[in-house]
Design a protein around this ligand. Structure first.
Ligand SMILES: [Zn+2]
Length: 216
């Protein structure tokens, strides 16, 4: 909090949000020309993960060509119009949002949590290898490589998977209404810190199946 003390001298206002369950808080310092926004995570090890909410996007990214087109369209906009951008580059709105999320983890796009839109900015560090910094995603890939993830119900919806844990089997359900897992980590955080490694592994496996069937 000491970081923002000098910034308060010229401020017109201060807005604070906090989430009791996750312990995260957001501090918006308002100036006539703009705002300074600081989000504080309760624990250092959560780092740049955005409280885990972007892990699914990182696990199932849009095509690299789409990410490149979205990146090329960033011209220091203070507000990116995702629907218009989608039309301009011939992609879907959800693909453009996912691409912006990924560019965000690379320091190339910011998200204005107050007005709920992305903007272009470039942070002075290289996070191109951000996925390597996400141990949960790496652990999910290891589960698949070790053959510990199985689809249990064919093609029904919602999709169900079994994932071998230590001395137990976790049941994962993937659904448009929200994913779930029977592991203790998921019960503890209920998706607030993003998907657990079992949900991520099931998501990756389903993506592999879908891209595999397209090849036929
Ligand atoms: Zn789990």
């Amino acid at each position: 909090m000491k970081v923002i003390e000098p910034l308060l001298l010229r401020a017109k206002g201060l807005r604070v949000w906090s989430d009791d369950e996750s312990g995260a808080s957001a501090w918006e310092i308002v100036y006539p020309e703009g705002t300074f926004f600081l989000m504080i995570s309760p624990e250092v090890f959560r780092g740049f993960s955005g409280e885990g909410q972007l892990l699914r996007t990182l696990a199932t990214p849009p095509p690299e060509a789409t990410i490149a087109k979205v990146r090329a369209a960033l011209k220091w906009q203070s507000q990116v119009d995702t629907e218009q951008l989608a039309k301009d580059i011939g992609a879907s709105g959800s693909e453009v949002k996912a691409a912006l999320g990924i560019l965000g983890t690379r320091g190339l796009a910011g998200y204005d949590a107050i007005n709920e839109h992305y903007f272009h900015r470039e942070l002075p560090f290289d996070l191109a290898k951000v996925e390597e910094m996400q141990p949960r995603l790496g652990n999910a890939r290891k589960l698949i490589e070790a053959g510990k993830v199985r689809r249990v119900d064919g093609a029904s919806d919602p999709a169900k998977f079994e994932v071998d844990g230590t001395g137990t089997v976790h049941l994962v359900t993937l659904s448009d209404d929200g994913d779930s897992c029977t592991c203790p980590w998921f019960s503890k955080y209920l998706g607030q810190r993003g998907a657990c490694k079992h949900v991520l592994a099931a998501t990756l496996l389903m993506q592999d199946e879908e891209s595999g069937s397209e090849d036929l």
